[in-house]
Design a protein around this ligand. Sequence first.
Ligand SMILES: NC(=O)c1ccc[n+]([C@@H]2O[C@H](COP(=O)([O-])OP(=O)(O)OC[C@H]3O[C@@H](n4cnc5c(N)ncnc54)[C@H](OP(=O)(O)O)[C@@H]3O)[C@@H](O)[C@H]2O)c1
Length: 165
Amino acid sequence: MNAIVVVDQNWAIGREGGLLFSLPADMRRFRSLTLGGTVILGRKTLDTFPGGRPLPQRRNIVITRDPSFARAGAETVSSLQAALDLTAGEDPDKLWVIGGGSVYTALLSRCRRAYLTKVDAAAPEADTFFPNLDKLPAWQLEAASEPVTENGFTYRFLDYVNTAL
Ligand SMILES: NC(=O)c1ccc[n+]([C@@H]2O[C@H](COP(=O)([O-])OP(=O)(O)OC[C@H]3O[C@@H](n4cnc5c(N)ncnc54)[C@H](OP(=O)(O)O)[C@@H]3O)[C@@H](O)[C@H]2O)c1
Protein backbone atom coordinates (compact mmCIF):
# COMPACT_ATOMS: atom_id res chain seq x y z
CA MET A 1 0.00 0.00 0.00
CA ASN A 2 0.97 3.62 -0.39
CA ALA A 3 0.44 6.77 1.62
CA ILE A 4 -0.54 10.01 -0.04
CA VAL A 5 -0.39 13.30 1.86
CA VAL A 6 0.13 17.04 1.70
CA VAL A 7 2.68 18.32 4.22
CA ASP A 8 4.11 21.72 4.98
CA GLN A 9 7.83 22.33 5.47
CA ASN A 10 7.50 21.10 9.08
CA TRP A 11 5.54 17.94 8.09
CA ALA A 12 2.30 19.44 9.37
CA ILE A 13 -0.90 18.15 7.75
CA GLY A 14 -3.85 19.65 9.60
CA ARG A 15 -5.30 22.22 11.91
CA GLU A 16 -8.51 22.05 13.95
CA GLY A 17 -9.78 19.06 12.00
CA GLY A 18 -9.19 20.61 8.58
CA LEU A 19 -6.55 20.84 5.87
CA LEU A 20 -3.82 23.48 5.80
CA PHE A 21 -3.93 24.36 2.11
CA SER A 22 -6.35 24.50 -0.79
CA LEU A 23 -4.47 23.25 -3.88
CA PRO A 24 -6.80 22.30 -6.74
CA ALA A 25 -4.09 20.88 -9.04
CA ASP A 26 -2.88 18.73 -6.17
CA MET A 27 -6.44 17.54 -5.53
CA ARG A 28 -6.73 16.54 -9.18
CA ARG A 29 -3.53 14.54 -8.90
CA PHE A 30 -4.81 12.88 -5.71
CA ARG A 31 -8.02 11.97 -7.51
CA SER A 32 -6.31 10.55 -10.56
CA LEU A 33 -3.86 8.47 -8.51
CA THR A 34 -6.49 7.00 -6.19
CA LEU A 35 -9.42 6.60 -8.62
CA GLY A 36 -10.52 2.99 -8.97
CA GLY A 37 -8.53 1.95 -5.91
CA THR A 38 -9.19 1.58 -2.20
CA VAL A 39 -8.68 4.34 0.36
CA ILE A 40 -8.17 3.70 4.07
CA LEU A 41 -8.95 6.60 6.37
CA GLY A 42 -9.74 7.58 9.91
CA ARG A 43 -13.25 8.64 10.85
CA LYS A 44 -12.15 12.23 11.50
CA THR A 45 -10.77 12.56 7.99
CA LEU A 46 -14.03 11.24 6.54
CA ASP A 47 -15.82 13.96 8.45
CA THR A 48 -13.73 16.62 6.65
CA PHE A 49 -15.07 15.57 3.24
CA PRO A 50 -17.98 17.52 1.71
CA GLY A 51 -21.13 16.31 3.43
CA GLY A 52 -19.00 13.74 5.28
CA ARG A 53 -19.41 11.55 2.21
CA PRO A 54 -16.86 8.93 1.14
CA LEU A 55 -14.79 9.50 -2.00
CA PRO A 56 -16.65 8.44 -5.16
CA GLN A 57 -15.35 5.73 -7.48
CA ARG A 58 -13.10 4.32 -4.77
CA ARG A 59 -13.61 1.67 -2.11
CA ASN A 60 -13.62 3.60 1.19
CA ILE A 61 -12.59 1.80 4.38
CA VAL A 62 -13.14 3.93 7.46
CA ILE A 63 -11.57 3.11 10.82
CA THR A 64 -13.52 4.00 13.96
CA ARG A 65 -13.91 2.73 17.50
CA ASP A 66 -17.60 3.62 17.43
CA PRO A 67 -19.50 0.35 16.89
CA SER A 68 -22.63 2.22 15.81
CA PHE A 69 -20.87 4.25 13.11
CA ALA A 70 -22.28 3.84 9.60
CA ARG A 71 -21.95 5.99 6.50
CA ALA A 72 -23.51 5.24 3.12
CA GLY A 73 -20.89 4.26 0.58
CA ALA A 74 -18.21 3.42 3.15
CA GLU A 75 -17.15 0.19 4.83
CA THR A 76 -16.44 0.52 8.52
CA VAL A 77 -13.82 -1.35 10.52
CA SER A 78 -12.96 -1.14 14.22
CA SER A 79 -9.21 -1.71 14.00
CA LEU A 80 -6.22 -1.22 11.73
CA GLN A 81 -5.82 -4.97 11.47
CA ALA A 82 -9.41 -5.30 10.28
CA ALA A 83 -8.67 -2.76 7.53
CA LEU A 84 -5.62 -4.77 6.48
CA ASP A 85 -7.60 -8.02 6.55
CA LEU A 86 -10.35 -6.56 4.38
CA THR A 87 -7.85 -5.48 1.74
CA ALA A 88 -5.56 -8.50 1.88
CA GLY A 89 -6.31 -9.66 -1.66
CA GLU A 90 -6.00 -6.28 -3.32
CA ASP A 91 -3.29 -4.94 -5.59
CA PRO A 92 -1.00 -3.09 -3.13
CA ASP A 93 -0.40 -0.35 -5.70
CA LYS A 94 -4.10 0.50 -5.61
CA LEU A 95 -4.36 0.64 -1.84
CA TRP A 96 -4.01 4.13 -0.41
CA VAL A 97 -3.65 5.37 3.14
CA ILE A 98 -5.16 8.86 3.00
CA GLY A 99 -5.03 10.01 6.63
CA GLY A 100 -5.33 11.51 8.96
CA GLY A 101 -2.42 11.80 11.33
CA SER A 102 -3.25 8.81 13.51
CA VAL A 103 -3.81 6.48 10.57
CA TYR A 104 -0.70 7.61 8.69
CA THR A 105 1.42 7.04 11.78
CA ALA A 106 -0.10 3.64 12.47
CA LEU A 107 0.16 2.29 8.91
CA LEU A 108 3.33 3.97 7.65
CA SER A 109 5.54 0.94 8.23
CA ARG A 110 3.16 -1.08 5.99
CA CYS A 111 3.44 1.43 3.15
CA ARG A 112 5.80 0.75 0.28
CA ARG A 113 5.70 4.31 -1.00
CA ALA A 114 4.68 7.73 0.24
CA TYR A 115 3.51 10.29 -2.29
CA LEU A 116 4.07 13.66 -0.71
CA THR A 117 3.00 17.07 -1.83
CA LYS A 118 5.46 19.22 0.08
CA VAL A 119 4.50 22.87 0.41
CA ASP A 120 7.25 25.40 0.85
CA ALA A 121 5.55 27.20 3.73
CA ALA A 122 5.07 26.86 7.47
CA ALA A 123 1.37 26.65 8.28
CA PRO A 124 0.59 28.49 11.50
CA GLU A 125 -0.98 26.67 14.44
CA ALA A 126 -0.89 23.24 12.83
CA ASP A 127 -1.85 20.49 15.26
CA THR A 128 -1.55 17.29 13.22
CA PHE A 129 1.64 15.94 11.64
CA PHE A 130 2.98 13.27 9.29
CA PRO A 131 6.13 11.42 10.41
CA ASN A 132 9.30 13.16 9.22
CA LEU A 133 10.50 10.69 6.59
CA ASP A 134 13.90 12.38 6.36
CA LYS A 135 14.55 11.16 9.91
CA LEU A 136 13.46 7.57 9.29
CA PRO A 137 16.40 5.59 7.86
CA ALA A 138 14.18 3.16 5.94
CA TRP A 139 12.63 5.93 3.88
CA GLN A 140 14.52 7.25 0.86
CA LEU A 141 13.57 10.11 -1.42
CA GLU A 142 13.17 8.59 -4.88
CA ALA A 143 11.90 11.45 -7.04
CA ALA A 144 11.15 15.15 -6.77
CA SER A 145 9.11 17.16 -9.26
CA GLU A 146 9.73 20.66 -10.46
CA PRO A 147 8.04 23.27 -8.27
CA VAL A 148 4.39 24.10 -8.88
CA THR A 149 2.89 27.41 -7.78
CA GLU A 150 -0.81 27.64 -7.00
CA ASN A 151 -2.93 29.89 -4.79
CA GLY A 152 0.22 31.68 -3.67
CA PHE A 153 1.92 28.47 -2.51
CA THR A 154 4.87 26.69 -4.10
CA TYR A 155 5.08 22.94 -3.72
CA ARG A 156 6.77 19.85 -5.12
CA PHE A 157 5.68 16.26 -5.47
CA LEU A 158 8.15 14.09 -3.56
CA ASP A 159 8.05 10.30 -3.89
CA TYR A 160 9.60 8.34 -1.03
CA VAL A 161 10.17 4.60 -0.93
CA ASN A 162 10.28 2.39 2.14
CA THR A 163 13.43 0.31 1.71
CA ALA A 164 12.45 -1.91 4.65
CA LEU A 165 9.71 -3.59 2.61
N1 LIG B 1 -2.63 17.00 4.60
C1 LIG B 1 -3.22 15.86 4.25
O1 LIG B 1 -2.89 15.27 3.22
C2 LIG B 1 -4.30 15.29 5.15
C3 LIG B 1 -4.94 14.10 4.78
C4 LIG B 1 -5.93 13.59 5.64
C5 LIG B 1 -6.24 14.26 6.80
N2 LIG B 1 -5.58 15.41 7.11
C6 LIG B 1 -5.88 16.14 8.36
O2 LIG B 1 -5.59 15.29 9.46
C7 LIG B 1 -6.45 15.68 10.55
C8 LIG B 1 -7.17 14.46 11.06
O3 LIG B 1 -6.22 13.54 11.57
P1 LIG B 1 -6.47 12.84 13.00
O4 LIG B 1 -5.25 12.07 13.33
O5 LIG B 1 -6.96 13.87 13.98
O6 LIG B 1 -7.73 11.91 12.72
P2 LIG B 1 -7.93 10.64 11.72
O7 LIG B 1 -6.70 9.80 11.71
O8 LIG B 1 -8.48 11.10 10.43
O9 LIG B 1 -9.12 9.90 12.46
C9 LIG B 1 -8.96 9.52 13.81
C10 LIG B 1 -10.09 8.60 14.16
O10 LIG B 1 -9.96 7.36 13.46
C11 LIG B 1 -10.34 6.30 14.32
N3 LIG B 1 -9.15 5.50 14.61
C12 LIG B 1 -7.85 5.86 14.49
N4 LIG B 1 -7.04 4.83 14.84
C13 LIG B 1 -7.87 3.80 15.20
C14 LIG B 1 -7.63 2.49 15.66
N5 LIG B 1 -6.39 2.01 15.83
N6 LIG B 1 -8.69 1.70 15.92
C15 LIG B 1 -9.96 2.15 15.74
N7 LIG B 1 -10.25 3.42 15.31
C16 LIG B 1 -9.21 4.23 15.05
C17 LIG B 1 -10.94 6.95 15.53
O11 LIG B 1 -12.28 7.23 15.18
P3 LIG B 1 -13.46 7.42 16.26
O12 LIG B 1 -13.17 8.70 16.99
O13 LIG B 1 -14.71 7.48 15.43
O14 LIG B 1 -13.42 6.21 17.15
C18 LIG B 1 -10.14 8.23 15.63
O15 LIG B 1 -10.74 9.24 16.41
C19 LIG B 1 -7.39 16.75 10.00
O16 LIG B 1 -6.88 18.04 10.33
C20 LIG B 1 -7.33 16.51 8.51
O17 LIG B 1 -7.65 17.67 7.76
C21 LIG B 1 -4.62 15.93 6.31
